[in-house]
Ligand binder design. Structure first.
Ligand code: AP5
Ligand code: MG
Length: 187
């Protein structure tokens, strides 16, 4: 399984990627999780990333691309992975294509999890209470949605134009979304 999961903040990328990765012995590569771990460690990368993340801006491409490149080149164990939160803009998508060509590993699914802005706001307000993620405040959520629209929707279009995109309805129960995704594993 070599997947890209696309979708707005709060669409359930992390929730579903974690479960799919466990079920299929794939690596869950979440750039957001990796960055939050770097921030928690207080590393140089973390210190640089923190200011962008707090504002809901994208962290500079060179930081992100280096992070993904090293993980993909490590071979990631069995070479199975789910990318969650990457690529996030057109340049990242093009760089990913180059990396995958270099290591001769094709992506087999690009899946968009569709969720409306209202649902995103509701879910992330809930997560703010449950987990206290620093960027789950109303202002930053609104900005993350703008950034998604401006920078990540072109990535959705990029894969759609290539005929690579499959869409899943994200406004269903977690189990139902998961079941729809599972169907794509074997389809
Ligand atoms: P990142 O961590 O990727 O955040 P995000 O895209 O904003 O998405 P979230 O993690 O908020 O949502 P999700 O889709 O994973 O949903 P989840 O499963 O958690 O990025 C954070 C920041 O890092 C960025 O703003 C940027 O600064 C930086 N960054 C990361 N990647 C980058 C990149 N490639 N380039 C540059 N910068 C980058 O679910 C959300 C909530 O909803 C949870 O509480 C969950 O329990 C609930 N939920 C999930 N599914 C359902 C359902 N079906 N029904 C009801 N509730 C549900
Ligand atoms: Mg996430």
């Amino acid at each position: 399984m070599r997947w890209i999961l696309l979708g707005p903040p709060g669409s359930g990328k992390g929730t579903q990627a974690k479960r799919l990765a466990a079920a299929h012995s794939a690596n869950h590569l979440s750039t957001g999780d990796i960055l939050r771990a770097e921030v928690a460690k207080g590393s140089e990368v973390g210190a640089e990333a923190k200011q962008f993340m707090e504002r809901g801006e994208l962290v500079p491409d060179n930081v992100i691309i280096r992070m993904i490149r090293s993980r993909l080149q490590e071979g990631n164990g069995n070479g199975q992975f789910i990318l969650d939160g990457f690529p996030r803009n057109r340049l990242q998508a093009e760089e990913l294509d180059k990396m995958l060509t270099e290591i001769k590993v094709p992506i087999d699914r690009v899946v968009l999890v569709k969720v409306s802005d209202d649902e995103v706001k509701k879910r992330l307000a809930g997560r703010a209470v449950a987990e206290g993620r620093a960027d789950d405040t109303a202002d930053v959520i609104a900005h993350r949605l703008d950034v998604y629209r401006e920078q990540t929707e072109p990535v959705v279009a990029y894969y759609r134009e290539k005929g690579r995109l499959v869409e899943v309805e994200g406004e269903q129960s977690i189990d139902q979304v998961y079941s729809d995704l599972e169907k794509l594993v074997t389809a």
